[in-house]
Every structure is written in C-alpha cells, then in structure tokens.
Design a protein around this ligand. Structure first.
Ligand code: EPZ
Length: 415
C-alpha cells in the first residue's frame, strides 16, 4: 500500500499555484447534465473525486474527455437515470446528481449516501426541498428512488444551512415551471459559483451568496465554456503549511477574497500576509500566539474543512488553544493521530483543547480527506520522519500535495 514519507523541519520557500476547487467542480459537473449538448470546463482539478464523478456520469451516457485540466462533457445522449451503485457509494457527494437528473428527467435513482468518518451526513434537507418542488421519494434496498411529473416552482425555506441541499434545490429549479424562491440558503462560494455557471448557460438566478436565491425556470439551457475557480480549502491548507513551518511562501491564484476568516486567524497567530497582483505572500516567521477559542461556522465564518489543518498548526504553538467544531458531529478524529506525534489535545464534546509543543515523527493513518491533509502539515514540522498511511483519502481533494510541498523544499515522498 502507498504511504507518504516526510522528513520534518525543512524550511519552506517559493511559490505554488492553487488548483481548481473540488467543491465547485463537482456540482458544476452535475449541472452540465441540464444541458443537452457540450460543456467545456477549464482548470478542472485532477483529483480522485472529479474522476469518480466523471465515471458515474459516463455510465449515465455522458461523453467526457479530460486533458490538461480541461474537461469536455457532452450530455446530448443521456438515457440512464440510475447512478451506478458501487461508484455512487464511493463518493457521497454524488447526491448532487439528484437535482440535475430530476431537472432533466422524470426519475432518478441514487445509492442512499452513507455517512462518513466526519459525521452521519443526512440528506433530509435535500429530500424535503425536492419534495416541495414536486418530487416523490421511496427507498428500496438502500437505493433512493425519486420520481416527478412536473417540477413546479415554489417557496422553500430551509430549516438549516446546507451547501448540498441548496445546490440540489437550485439544480432542480432551473428548468422547472415558474419561480422558485429559496430562503435560509447556504452562502458558501461553491453555491455562488454553481449559480454563476448556470447563468452562463442561460439560467435565470439572482441572490446567490445571500440567504435568499430566486430561480426563474427557463425552457432550456445552452452550452458554455467555464473556468473552475481556485480551491479556497487547498489554499487554506497551504497557509497552514506555511504557519506550521514558520516559513515564507507565495500562493498564486489563491481566492484571497474567500479566505478572510482564515487569514484573520493567521494574523492573530502572528502571521503576516500581503495580497499583491493576485498572489498571496505569507510570512510566518512570527507565528507564535495560541488561539483562545475558534469556532467553525458556515461561510463567511471559519470553514470546518480547515479545522483539522489548524489543529495541527496549534499543536506546535506553545500555550492553550481551543477549537469548536459546530458543523459536523465527528470531525475531531485526527486528534488521535496527532497525539501519536506527541500532540497534547483533549476533546470535550464539540471542543478540542490543544496545548502546543513539539511534534515528533510517527507512523499515522489518514482516515478522511482534510484530516489526512492535517497529518501532512504536522509531518512538515515534526522532528524526524513521519509516515502517513492511506494517502488515497488525501488524493480525493488534493491534486498532488507531495509535489506541491516538495517544490517548496519539503522532504516529502509518496512511496
Ligand atoms: C459541503 O458538504 C462540502 N462538500 C464539505 O466539504 C463541507 O465541509 C460542507 O459543505 C460544509 O461547508 C462538497 O461541497 C462536496 P452541508 P455538504 O450540507 O453539502 C447537516 C470536504 O472536505 N445536514 O452544508 O454535505 C450536515 O450533517 C467536504 O471537501 C443535514 O442535517 O455539507 C452537516 O452537519 C467535507 N441534513 C451540516 O448540515 C441535510 O440534508 C452542513 O452540511 C444536509 C446537511
């Protein structure tokens, strides 16, 4: 089995380019189904989840070519509306295909998306919103079957903020009859980018990024050529890599305007940054201040996806820090792996209490995407050698974290 080997405490310097966003690319790929023709996506990240989504869509009849980060999807001849069970179970975010399949066809079948390491990941809000639009659901042998006659626009007030449920409701409303008004929507950039992509195909959507999104149904969409935005979580991960190694690096193509909460925290830790000409220059020489209490929140608050990488950084800053995970119910698993490296972390319910010190190289295992990335970050600062098992979890969302960090001077290999 492959594993990542890191010899810690090498100073990082230099510049890396941030890849396209996984969490923007996946719903946009699903949205391509709403157009009976060709869609071209540039800067589409070369990551496992994108390739899994492509495999699922190919089995529906979509023709997909992918070369040099450009993906061409031809959805002219899609006949199948049942998601392949094995592929679908591999990636719970395939649930986003519900909205676009139901936007175009009268039925859809997806494997009931299970939970994962970070939480139960229910889809009640997705189902509830689609039912409001006229979809009926039933479950058969852990497959979710959805049917609808006509999708009728309506008002939908979400009881909780969900990125995926907001996206599914938008996807199902774009070709529906009449106007759909979504309230208490998620405001994450990935909702904005999906709506922006759909508008570039002729959809009529206003309010993306606010709590209320209005979709006026149209007859059909037209093709488009679209560039996937850079990944704010990958960029944030590399800010953490700079902070934990107290180094100076430059991120080109980082979506700085979507990283405010993290950059504010980075300054509180003692980091300094400059945004010049689309480049984010980081100076972490004086990173030394613990963080009294930081909660993960919906956007524009501090993102849950950076909670584990930040935990790794705080494990090296002397003093007491506290992280509060408010989005997912089981996202502190990485603490156990960091403790193998000498981290001093106590979990009390939704709070992780961290007392920073020195990390030592150890053999640890990635159990999910962002926790795995946090272990790479920790390995950069640890004394000695760290081995990280199950790197396939990290490859789901990072194009080549080893190559990126190696370019900055890290002694890191995947073996
Ligand atoms: C998206 O997941 C992202 N995934 C996640 O990134 C990210 O952590 C999350 O949004 C929050 O920002 C993709 O975009 C593919 P939610 P999503 O629905 O849409 C609860 C990564 O590492 N909830 O906003 O699944 C849910 O359990 C991944 O890239 C319900 O209760 O997140 C959670 O507690 C991890 N019922 C909260 O809402 C529902 O029907 C937020 O979930 C849906 C969600």
């Amino acid at each position: 089995m492959k594993e990542i080997r890191i010899e810690g405490r090498k100073p990082l310097e230099g510049e890396i380019k941030i890849q396209g966003s996984k969490n923007a690319a996946l719903p946009i790929m699903a949205a391509a189904l709403l157009h009976k023709g060709e869609i071209i996506l540039h800067q589409c990240p070369d990551i496992a989840d994108v390739h899994t989504m492509a495999e699922i869509m190919k089995k529906l009849g979509v023709k997909i070519q992918y070369k040099n980060h450009t993906m061409v999807l031809d959805c002219s001849h899609v006949k199948e509306t049942r998601i392949d069970f094995t592929e679908g179970r591999k990636m719970r975010s395939s649930v986003i295909l519900l909205g676009s399949l139901l936007g175009r066809f009268q039925d859809a079948c997806i494997p009931y998306p299970g939970g994962c390491v970070i939480g139960k990941r229910p889809i009640d809000l997705h189902i509830w919103a689609l039912e409001k639009l006229g979809v009926s659901f039933f479950e058969k042998e852990s497959v979710l079957v959805a049917q609808r006659k006509k999708l009728q626009g309506t008002e939908i007030v979400f009881s909780g903020s969900s990125v995926g449920a907001t996206q599914n409701a938008v996807l199902a409303s774009v070709l529906a009859e009449g106007v759909t008004r979504l309230k208490n929507c998620a405001c994450e950039p990935e909702v904005i980018w999906l709506c922006d992509f759909l508008c570039s195909c002729g959809a009529k959507i206003t309010g993306a990024g606010s709590r209320t999104i209005c979709i006026r149904g149209v007859e059909k969409l037209h093709g488009t050529e679209y560039t996937i935005p850079p990944d704010r979580i990958v960029a944030g991960t590399y800010v953490c890599a700079s902070a934990i190694t107290r180094s100076q690096i430059v991120l080109s193509n980082a979506p700085i305007e979507e990283m405010e909460a993290l950059l504010c925290l980075y300054q509180k830790m003692g980091g300094q940054y400059e945004a010049i000409g689309g480049k984010l220059s980081l100076c972490s020489r004086w990173v030394q201040y613990p963080i009294m209490r930081q909660c993960t929140e919906v956007y524009p608050g501090f993102p849950t996806d950076l909670q584990s990488p930040l935990m790794a950084v705080l494990s090296t800053i002397p003093g007491q820090s506290c992280l509060v995970e408010n989005i997912f119910e089981d996202r502190f698993r990485t603490a156990d792996q960091l403790k193998k490296m000498g981290a001093d972390i106590h979990i009390k319910g939704r709070e992780a209490w961290i007392r920073g010190g020195t990390l030592k190289g150890a053999r640890v295992e990635a159990q999910e995407l962002r926790g795995g990335a946090a272990l790479v970050i920790a390995g950069l600062a640890a004394e000695g050698v760290t081995y990280i098992e199950n790197p396939q979890y990290i490859e789901r969302g990072y194009e080549d974290i080893c190559q990126d960090l190696k370019m900055l001077g890290a002694a890191i290999e995947i073996e």
